[in-house]
Design a protein. Structure first.
Lengths: 254, 254
């Protein structure tokens, strides 16, 4: 299939490469910043454009992978005559945002965290699909089938919930790693000391449900240890006291 | 070396097996509950005891791997005549708790989360060592050298900080996984959908520092998306609203 990729950030880059590797043809990469469009377009053997007037009218898919707030704006600038599907890739943007701007539209939301610095095995990335109608859904399924082994149907409300769950399990989790690193640094200890623990904690829930494998002072109702931890935090990490208490109370009372 | 293992829970079990596999001789396993002592003792080719009067007086190491609150009590019941080292394995218990009960004492704290259900590669577990004197420290180092590739010196204060960091990066992280699972369940979605994301988030900080790879709406200052997330939480997950706000504000202001 012929695809026009709108966007040149993390998601656009990883998605574009996965589409390219799967044998699809990325005909154009659009970015407001031509230099950025060129970098990605070169990698995908595509043409870079920075003007939506120059968009290819015959593509099968127009994939909008820009920041959430810009999706509607980009869609509004697309020519009215498009026959292809217009889809976005965002977790928290309702599919309805595309209704005024396309006949056939949908969403392909990849449930993964992407960084430019680290390649991702796209075949293991779950893809949440939603479409304006059954024929479009079937076309999108066919399109992403070679990309991932885990494709599932998900309406906009479920997708928003999925995104919130992902924020807790990934973005907030990474912040807890950063807190751990801060505490260690303050006490002249290296982050390497908890790296095996972090990996084991994640690997454990690959096979078990998180509640089954909860450990630590809060789940043991070990008030003495929690008290010692709070005293240490009060001395050098005042900003973490409330967070420690809140998380411990939630675990304790579960 | 000859070792008496005091305790039969998660840490005692994993530690005992690692010591056994490293070629040390575990002569006795003590537990107040004889049946539990027997299970572990059988696995380690050791003798099970439930009475500290029966303790072997000639062992090189008495390793106390019981709940934090019971360490002092167990140490107090040890015979005064022991020549071996008395050590505990806890993150948040000061080494000083052993002073009244032993001539040579120390701490071996494994920085890892242990579950009975899942084996752990002990060789990658960092071991924090502390000892009453240099000779004892050298003996402990020799003893654990075949167990782990990462052995380091750590005083009681640092060890407490390390334990607090571990609580954030592991226990609290696992709780965030559980929150993710709850949100998904409520919206008829499977936890499998965020498992690859959880693993990738952990794997990312094996090579990068957490702050370098922070993603999500809060770090992007994407107020619109955070607002949508809060609205969803207010409708069905009221108990998570404050936590979402607190974590987002910390990330946002970093």
């Amino acid at each position: 299939m012929d695809i026009v990729l709108l966007g040149s950030g993390n998601v656009a880059t990883h998605f574009g490469k996965a589409l390219f590797d799967a044998g699809h043809r990325v005909v154009q990469v659009y970015s407001r910043t031509k230099a950025q469009a060129i970098v990605l377009a070169d990698a995908l053997n595509a043409r870079a454009i920075d003007d939506l007037e120059a968009i290819d009218l015959a593509a099968d898919l127009y994939l909008i992978a820009v920041t959430d707030g810009a999706i509607g704006q980009v869609a509004a600038q697309l020519p009215a005559a498009l026959n292809g599907i217009v889809a976005h890739t965002a977790g928290s943007v309702d599919m309805a945002v595309l209704i005024p701007h396309a006949q056939k539209y949908g969403v392909i939301y990849p449930v993964q965290t992407f960084s430019i610095a680290k390649p991702v095995d796209f075949s293991s990335v779950p893809l949440a699909l939603e479409a304006s109608d059954e024929a479009t859904y079937a076309q999108l399924t066919q399109l992403v089938d070679p990309l991932s082994t885990q494709i599932f149907s998900c309406d906009s409300r479920q997708r928003l919930a999925l995104h919130v769950a992902a924020v807790f399990a990934s973005n907030f989790t990474n912040h807890l790693y950063a807190i751990g690193a801060d505490i260690l640094r303050k006490h002249a200890l290296d982050f390497d000391l908890i790296r095996p623990l972090i990996l084991e904690t994640a690997q454990k829930v690959m096979a078990f449900s998180p509640r089954e494998v909860q450990t630590g002072p809060a789940i043991r109702h070990d008030v003495g240890t929690m008290q010692k931890h709070l005293e240490l935090l009060k001395e050098g990490h005042q900003g973490l006291v409330a967070l420690y208490q809140q998380l411990s109370e939630q675990i304790y009372s579960n």
